[in-house]
Design a protein around this ligand. Sequence first.
Ligand SMILES: [Zn+2]
Length: 305
Amino acid sequence: MIKKFLVILVGLMLAVSVGCSSNSASKDEDRLVVTTTIGQIADIVKNVGGEHVEVQSLMGPGVDPHLYQASQGDIKKLSSADVIFYNGLHLEGKMGEIFEKLDKKIVAVGESVPKELLLGDPEDSKAHDPHIWFDIDLWTYAVEAVRDTLIEVDGKNADAYKANTEAYLKELQELKAYAENRIKEIPEESRVLVTAHDAFSYFGNAYGFEVLGLQGLSTDSEYGLKDVQTLVDVLVDKKIKAVFVESSISDKSINAVVEGAKKKQHEVSIGGELFSDAMGKEGTEEGTYVGMYKHNIDTIVDSLK
Ligand SMILES: [Zn+2]
């Protein structure tokens, strides 16, 4: 009887010690564990945090943040984090309640952009367009919000965070110059960007494009036959040559527009796939913010010029 009890006791102790050691192994000494929602924010944290942070991003390639619901695994990643960054401005529409319940350092980077620089939501006068990463100047506020937060929670590495931020922002300014330069190849009257949902208004604002999306700011809204017809009329009217699909949204709606134009004897092609709310695969060019932005610029310019 005693022997059996001892075996159980030793077993329990083993289980506890294994549990502890695996716990400390997953939290690499004093690296800060940071959880983010979209890849664009994870990219900021990786660049600004460098070797001092471990980043876990919830939303991978092809994932639509508007409709995203957290899984059990995500809840773990959120509760094990030292800091959480999300976009806010209702981008992660279904996650608000979870964020509210978490008792830890949690920052919506979109809230750091001055309100007067935000675009409105045509369907809701109190809301704002959340897709701020397409305007590099606005995204700079998000980068600075990450820097300031990391310094606040991990002051001993402040110098590294400042230097990394400076280097990253320089890269973003070079990206902006690249984009401005390439877009000059498109004649002004051809600068019309047609996509599945309204993710590109900041992009349009920054580079002088008229932007038309089939669905509203959130993919939560439905589109109807009338929306397709309205878009088709604009395409025919302005002799637009190409429309674009998005990596995180089904291409069904955009195909309906191409078909509609064909019926009116106007040939429109799919100009390619753009990264809107999700980035490309990790380990590829497009899996980084700079790479996905360049991909978008090159795809748009090559189809519309
Ligand atoms: Zn969106």
